[in-house]
Design a protein around this ligand. Structure first.
Ligand code: HEC
Ligand code: HEC
Ligand code: HEC
Ligand code: HEC
Ligand code: HEC
Length: 189
């Protein structure tokens, strides 16, 4: 008798957990481990849903050390019209009017004594996602996962992607596998 009731209760608890996880986020930061950004910019929307190419916005990646962030002008190329009357896009327009860059919070950073250039990696065909994870599923970069049921379930069973630690061991492991340089002075100079 009580076994049946036990399963029933367990079933209900599981259902409640699943429903809770499946609820839409209450705000751009909901459930995320990433930092609060000055504008609620979503990669899941832009790079995921609308499939805008990573390098359309991070256009320095293939030609310099840095990947770079898009200027306000680049955002406004679309947002002069798209969603122009929403609060977040009005904030964007204010930065443009003040001629000020958006103070985005930096996420990935190696120590000063390390030289990490994007260019050779992009040219060797290493995908952005190999190092930064499935950014196109993230509302907030640096969050462990994007907010959807599949990611939450993966997270529950411990299979979700977690941010790469950017350690020397991580660099060296891939350089060994890809027969890239292991010279100390290439990464430290
Ligand atoms: C429409 C423009 C746009 C597109 C497309 C875009 N990004 Fe971004 N990206 C941004 C902006 C703005 C930021 C800064 C705010 C933030 O962190 O969300 C950013 C931040 C990042 C960061 C964190 C930078 C840091 O501070 O360390 C990474 C990594 C990144 N993007 C990778 C990608 C990848 C990979 C893609 C393609 C799957 C992509 N981005 C597509 C605009 C874009
Ligand atoms: C290639 C076109 C394009 C570019 C470039 C672009 N966006 Fe968007 N953005 C969109 C589209 C499309 C939507 C969805 C609008 C909607 O749902 O009505 C959107 C939505 C948004 C929203 C949500 C607006 C709301 O409904 O509250 C924000 C915030 C945003 N973008 C910020 C940015 C920022 C910041 C940049 C520059 C880093 C940027 N976008 C660059 C096309 C673009
Ligand atoms: C081999 C690993 C690797 C690949 C591939 C890679 N990145 Fe990065 N990315 C890093 C590391 C490491 C940093 C921190 C660099 C630093 O602190 O100087 C970083 C920093 C960034 C930043 C913030 C600082 C900056 O350079 O502007 C952005 C944005 C970014 N990456 C986007 C991208 C995009 C977009 C791609 C694909 C076109 C990409 N990355 C490919 C490892 C990688
Ligand atoms: C996922 C694989 C991968 C990871 C992770 C990775 N690299 Fe690389 N790296 C490569 C490949 C592939 C090349 C290009 C080799 C070539 O062109 O022969 C490269 C090239 C380089 C170069 C240029 C070497 C030269 O001869 O000019 C530097 C510097 C570098 N990586 C530094 C780093 C640092 C620092 C890290 C960690 C923060 C890192 N890499 C992480 C794959 C990786
Ligand atoms: C492919 C890139 C790469 C190569 C090659 C490399 N390093 Fe590093 N090294 C890093 C990165 C990234 C860090 C910073 C992250 C960390 O401390 O793990 C680092 C950190 C260090 C540190 C500081 C560690 C600490 O705990 O403060 C020392 C010392 C160091 N490296 C020495 C070397 C020596 C010696 C060699 C050659 C045998 C070498 N590295 C080759 C990427 C590299």
């Amino acid at each position: 008798m009580w076994t049946k009731a036990g399963v029933g209760v367990l079933g209900l608890v599981l259902l409640a957990v699943l429903l809770f996880l499946a609820l839409p986020p209450v705000g751009p930061q909901a459930g995320a481990a990433g930092p609060a950004q000055p504008i609620a910019f979503s990669h899941k929307l832009h790079a995921g849903q609308y499939r805008i190419d990573c390098q359309y916005c991070h256009s320095d990646a293939r030609r310099s050390e840095y990947a770079g962030l898009p200027s306000v002008t680049r955002c406004m190329g679309c947002h002069k019209i798209t969603a122009a009357d929403t609060p977040e896009i009005k904030k964007l327009a204010e930065y443009l009017a003040k001629q000020e860059p958006i103070p985005w919070v930096r996420i990935y950073k190696v120590p000063e004594y390390v030289y990490f250039p994007h260019k050779p990696h992009v040219r060797a065909g290493v995908a952005c996602q190999t190092c930064h994870g499935p950014v196109q599923t993230m509302d907030v970069v640096g969050a462990k996962t994007g907010q959807n049921l599949a990611n939450d379930l993966l997270n529950l069973v411990g299979l979700a992607w977690t941010s790469t630690p950017l350690t020397m061991g991580w660099c060296v492991e891939c350089h060994t596998a890809r027969k890239a340089t292991l010279e100390c002075t290439t990464c430290h100079h």
